[in-house]
Design a protein around this ligand. Structure first.
Ligand SMILES: [Zn+2]
Length: 346
């Protein structure tokens, strides 16, 4: 049980993720909210355009850990792609219409509240599955990457960016030291030099909220990426070491010693080709039957085989496994609308 928890994340860790806040109106009113969203959308757009230039199909896409949806919005509105923005936090997804307005876009992707360990799609449903700043919130990325692999069609690509590769040396240098808030003078100097992460960890806030913050060693990446036929990785933003951590060689030797940001593009070569849009390839989590999403203003999507009803709330389709849905909807959790909502009149 404990080891299974470690692989698929404890319920408590999932609840902490689900309770990321709805900030809605504040995105429109404050640059402190809007600026990082614009920045993140711009990076995703630049990555997506580089991939499209190489002839990589971006549609239909699935984003896991989409948060407020900024990256999926960019793909949907500026890359001619259509797809699904998914996250375990329904309150974070509720920000998407506000982000749409801030980014001056018009079209929302399908917003889906789900658990990335149990994606509610038939196998081989997407050409492109991607994630930014998501895997490191998992103790073990392998089961989630395996789910992404399952829902990718033959010839489809999995992409990630803004994920960490740790090294044994960095672990030794860093020890248990955490960046203080506000930073000390020494920490400010290190930040100016861009070396603060070698000597301090910077995740005290997330960990205090019960959110997992992991730093993956090369062996973890190797295990997670094992299913893919072809893997390209760019390690470290400054040094840009191009490698496949699964294959021995000089570039891998260097990458494993410098660590840093991981950007990866991986191709699946087996399975079935794409057939039909993802909205016609939804899968009931209780019985495995195929489900079609019709009108999004219905209150429920109902499985015709087993009768399980999946709520559609604020335009967000919620397809969570039974145990997780029960835990999230329990009235004593902070997931209730009122306690999660920031006062809109503030
Ligand atoms: Zn069913």
């Amino acid at each position: 049980m404990a080891s299974d928890d470690r692989r698929t994340q404890s319920l408590a860790a999932k609840l902490a993720e689900a309770e990321r806040p709805f900030v809605g109106y504040h995105i429109l009113a404050s640059e402190a909210y809007a600026a990082p969203l614009r920045e993140r959308a711009a990076l995703a757009l630049s990555d997506a355009r580089a991939l499209a230039d190489r002839g990589i199909a971006l549609s239909p896409f699935l984003e896991i850990g989409a948060g407020s949806g900024q990256r999926s919005l960019a793909l949907q509105n500026a890359c001619g792609a259509t797809g699904v923005a998914s996250d375990i936090s329904r309150s974070a997804l509720r920000n998407a219409p506000y982000v749409l307005s801030v980014l001056d876009y018009v079209e929302l992707p399908l917003l889906l509240c789900c658990d990335a360990h149990r994606l509610p799609f038939l196998p081989c449903s997407f050409a492109f599955v991607f994630a930014y700043r998501t895997l490191h919130h998992l103790n073990d990325p392998e089961p989630v990457v395996a789910e992404c692999y399952r829902v990718l069609a033959k010839g489809g690509h999995w992409f990630c960016n803004e994920e960490p590769l740790d090294t044994p040396l960095k672990r030794r240098l860093r020890g248990d030291r955490v960046l203080s808030r506000p930073p000390t003078r020494l920490q400010r100097i290190a930040t100016r030099l861009g070396i603060e992460r070698y000597f301090w960890d910077d995740v005290a806030v997330e960990r205090a909220a019960g959110i997992t913050e992991a730093r993956f060693l090369p062996a973890t990446w190797r295990r997670a990426l094992r299913p893919f036929a072809h893997v390209e990785m760019e390690i470290n933003r400054r040094l840009r070491v191009h490698t496949d951590l699964r294959r021995p060689g000089l570039s891998r030797w260097i990458a494993e010693r410098v660590g840093g940001n991981v950007k990866a593009l991986c191709r699946k070569e087996e399975g079935e080709a794409l057939s039909g849009p993802p909205t016609a390839r939804l899968m009931c989590l209780r019985c495995g039957a195929t489900m079609h999403l019709g009108a999004r203003d219905e209150p429920f999507l109902t499985c015709t085989a087993c009768g399980r009803r999946y709520p559609i709330l604020n335009g967000i389709l919620c397809m969570l496994p039974d145990a997780l849905e029960t835990a999230l909807c329990a009235p004593q959790t902070a997931f209730s609308e009122s306690s999660n909502e920031v006062e809109q009149t503030a």
